[in-house]
Design a protein around this ligand. Structure first.
Ligand code: Z15
Length: 835
């Protein structure tokens, strides 16, 4: 085993010093030696890169010390397996976590460079779709901050989530070339590459001891190369690793021989290998049974498991203890093929017998479910699965046989139960149900909010709950207050710190101390001023980028999330039309001025979601240009909503729209980010909304709509949307406005698919919830007029939101599921920060 002695590393001051002069020198040095530029010919991006490398130099020591400490002490380690990590920009976060923000700002100013400008330059790694990917990013932040030995494993997509443009009101997708200018935050580790097999067939053989074995003869082998990104904790020495795998063609597998001198054929094979990690599938909360996606999942899972096994060998640990050394969290079913792959590695490559291998496997994995939507549950057709992973199919059949025997013992003579629970769906074409494999192969199963975990036990995973009640638990989601308060809303963070000190940043429950100042009028004024200033910033941004003027005194009403029918952006749109209709009928109506802001991407193949974007933009066109509105109503669809932009949006909100059909949003996490920044929520009793309302107080939350139970009852009783349409004049008027072609230059057909879906199906009960929603929105408008009361409600949202720090979520996982302990990392004096 190679060993370096960290204390002997000699690092000259120029590369690690953190006073203004040293930072300036290092910056110029990097500009010259890395970017090969001097200031006269440098672009903004050159400056960004020079700064990024300057910051990177200053975190390397922590990172290497951490890696070394983990290697030496071999602590129990969390491996967080996720097909998505939606990290957002690194520079600002790293500056904050290192405590270098202010000194670097000063150094840049002395060069006449604005730090804000340089931060804006970073192209974010958008290696995720929405909530699930961002949750993984918040969790690795908290793991590092809590000093938990952990590693995030995922895929280094060459193209992340597409960039969204809006052309003529429609979404247009542009390839996300995030690596175009290089990525200063990753370190490739080609020396740690691994091989991953695909396709082919299996052969049986008997060894010299007469033992029976299976061997997988693959059709092709692909190389996995790890790219490592340091994940700093906030003001700690621990810097964990995010290890993302890139697929490459192997030279060794000898394509020349394979292709008999067919040069173009072999180049094609090479590019086919590299296809595996080319692009992120852009669906959130719905799945498409694509073979390449299955191959992506297996690719990163196999690399990660082999990597863990290799680490244990390097530490001279026996694989018999694999489950003691690693707790592997499956972020949804996307990495669930890991259950079969770990079995294969133990059985076929390390000669364990079945029972021993199964014992290790089922003590290793824990599974997080993120959705109840049936269209999002992964099922792979047996034929497709078997053609890529013939050995894994055999293993899954064997797991299933033994599992169904167990079910038979616990529930004799219950054929329906066996059919329902089988890992293989045999009702038609045969499929593997990945959630079932995850439940059988894991020691813990959790949902992501209390309601969601309860519904899992009652509905989707009810049979598994009856079989293994002890496996089930809830871990309510959380988000990192470092990125979503300190970094994104420094004005608010500074005001809070001025009042209660700064320990709230890592102990968010301390925000409760703000309640003492609820009737302190100076504090309330300052709090209000912060919100006004942040709204002004967003207004300026919108004027610059959209050439639309919005009034920072109007109520900023924001719905920012992926576009999905269950999230009901079109219910929000119906309220806007209702307000518009009221003003048209009575131009002097005394309305509370509102600015409606939307942001979010639609899956490229999700026609209805794209039509919702077109509808919002069409409404905006009419409303924003109608003189009768007298600027009291503005509607803007903000294009290309991503983490970087989200950091501008959350702080500026007065009202957060969390209006999903009850029972459909597993948790939501945007709801938490808005609330942390003082927005009030208008929301249904869904996902984490319920828990947010519980902590902030029902008088500080705008509740409307059917409950999850009422939704089910209504559907069971034969829900008919026409009843609502015919009996509610304002609803009818709003819908008729759309169907008349008023928002589509007279074309009555443009939005017909959307209206038909509402009037003939209305799967998500918009019409049933409409009246309750508009009444609630009217209460919001009234409440906003009493600005002092509104501010107090807003303060209480911030003061009581502590539960939703991802630090709390991670502590829950640590205590109830992973059973790991913190491990502090010591770093020599010279690399520690001072501010
Ligand atoms: C995704 O972003 C979520 C669930 C999924 O099954 C997939 Cl494939 C993607 C979201 C949930 O919709 C959201 O409610 C939850 O807050 C988030 O995961 C994180 O748990």
């Amino acid at each position: 085993m190679v060993s370096i002695v960290p204390n002997n590393i000699q690092i000259e001051d120029d590369r690690t010093g953190i006073n203004v002069e040293t930072l300036k020198r290092a910056f110029l040095d990097n500009l010259f030696y890395i970017q090969a530029k001097f200031p006269k010919i440098s672009t903004k991006n050159d400056y960004y890169m020079a700064l990024a490398y300057t910051v990177r130099d200053r975190l390397l020591n922590r990172w290497l010390q951490t890696t070394q400490t983990y290697l030496e002490k071999a602590p129990r380690t969390v491996a967080y397996l996720s097909a998505e990590f939606l990290m957002g920009p690194h520079l600002g976060n790293n500056l904050m976590n290192l405590g270098l923000y202010n000194v670097v700002k000063q150094a840049m100013e002395e060069f006449g460079l604005g730090l804000t400008d340089l931060l804006e330059q970073e192209e974010e790694p958008g290696l995720g779709n929405g909530g699930l990917g961002r949750l993984a990013a918040c969790y690795i932040d908290s793991l590092a901050t809590l000093e938990i030995p952990a590693i995030g494993y995922g895929i280094r997509y060459e193209y992340g989530i597409f960039d969204q443009e809006i052309k003529n009101g429609w979404q247009v997708e542009i390839t996300d070339k995030w690596l175009r200018y290089g990525n200063p935050w990753e370190v490739p580790r080609p020396e740690a590459e691994l091989e991953v097999k695909f396709g082919g067939h299996t052969e049986n053989y008997t060894d010299e001891h007469g033992r029976y074995h299976v061997q997988w003869i693959p059709f092709k082998v692909v190389k996995g190369v790890p790219y490592d990104t340091p994940i700093l904790g906030f003001q700690t020495n621990n810097a964990n690793t995010l290890r993302l795998w890139k697929a490459e063609a192997p030279e060794s597998f000898d394509f020349e021989a394979f292709n008999k001198g067919d040069y173009f054929g072999s180049v094609q094979e090479k590019s086919e290998c590299e296809n595996i990690t080319k692009v992120l599938y852009p669906n959130d909360d719905s799945y498409q049974g694509k073979q390449l996606r299955l191959e992506q999942q297996f690719f990163f899972v196999s690399c990660s498991l082999q990597d863990m096994i290799r680490m244990m060998k390097a530490q001279n640990l026996t694989l018999e203890r694999f489950h003691e050394h690693f707790a592997i969290q499956l972020n949804d079913t996307h990495p669930t093929i890991a259950v079969a792959e770990l079995m294969r590695l133990l059985l076929d490559e390390h000669q364990f017998d079945w029972d021993k291998a199964w014992n290790i496997t089922t003590k290793t994995f824990a599974y997080t479910n993120h959705t109840l939507l049936p269209e999002a549950l992964e099922r792979w057709s047996i034929n497709m699965f078997g053609s890529s992973f013939p050995r894994h199919l055999q293993i899954i059949y064997e797991i299933n046989l033994r599992f169904l025997d167990e079910v038979r013992i616990k529930f004799p003579d219950d054929g329906n139960r066996l059919r329902r629970m089988s890992i293989i769906d045999e009702s038609g074409e045969r499929y593997i149900r990945m959630a079932h494999l995850a439940c059988v192969g894991s020691f813990a199963i959790n949902g992501v909010a209390e309601l969601h975990s309860e519904l899992l036990k009652k509905t989707t995973l009810h049979d598994f709950y009856e079989m293994y009640p002890e496996k089930f638990t809830n871990v309510t989601n959380g988000v990192t207050p470092r990125r979503f308060m300190v970094l994104s809303n420094p004005r608010l963070a500074n005001l809070i710190t001025k009042k209660i000190g700064d320990s709230w940043v890592t102990n968010l429950d301390e925000l409760r101390k703000l309640e003492t100042f609820l009737y302190d009028s100076d504090f309330c004024k300052e709090f209000h001023q912060v919100k006004q200033d942040v709204k002004q910033d967003l207004a300026n941004y919108i004027r610059t980028n959209y050439n639309i003027t919005i009034d920072p005194n109007s109520l900023f009403d924001i719905q920012a999330k992926r576009i999905h029918e269950y999230k009901r952006q079109h219910l929000n749109a119906l309220y806007i039309i209702t307000l518009y209709n009221r003003i048209k009928a009575n131009p002097n109506l005394d309305v509370t001025p509102r600015t409606f802001l939307f942001g979010g991407k639609a899956a490229p193949g999700y026609y209805m979601a794209k039509l919702i974007i077109k509808l919002i933009n069409s409404i905006a066109d009419v409303v924003n240009h109608d003189p009768d509105m007298r600027d009291r109503l503005k509607v803007i669809f903000l294009k290309d909503y991503n983490v970087k932009f989200a950091q501008r949006v959350y702080p500026a909100a007065d009202l957060s729209e969390q209006i999903s059909t009850a029972g459909k949003e597993a948790s939501g996490t945007g709801n938490m980010k808005f609330s942390m920044n003082g927005a009030l929520t208008i929301g249904t009793l869904d996902g984490a909304n319920i828990e947010i309302r519980e902590v902030v107080g029902e008088e500080n939350f705008f509740l409307f709509g059917l409950t999850a139970e009422e939704v089910l009852q209504k559907k069971a009783a034969g829900y008919n949307p026409w009843d609502y349409y015919n009996s509610n004049p304002e609803l009818k008027l709003a819908i008729d406005r759309i169907s008349s072609g008023f928002f589509s230059h007279g074309d009555p057909n443009l939005f017909k698919p959307l209206l038909d879906s509402l009037l003939y199906r209305d799967q998500y009960l918009l019409l049933a919830d409409y009246q309750s929603y508009i009444e609630c929105q009217d209460r919001v408008s009234q409440a906003y007029r009493d600005r002092e009361q509104w501010i107090r409600m807003s303060i209480l949202n911030v003061a009581r939101i502590g539960k939703f720090s991802s630090d709390r979520s991670i502590r829950d996982y640590v205590q109830n599921i992973w059973k790991v302990s913190a491990l502090k990392v010591e770093v020599p004096e010279y690399s520690q920060s001072t501010n």
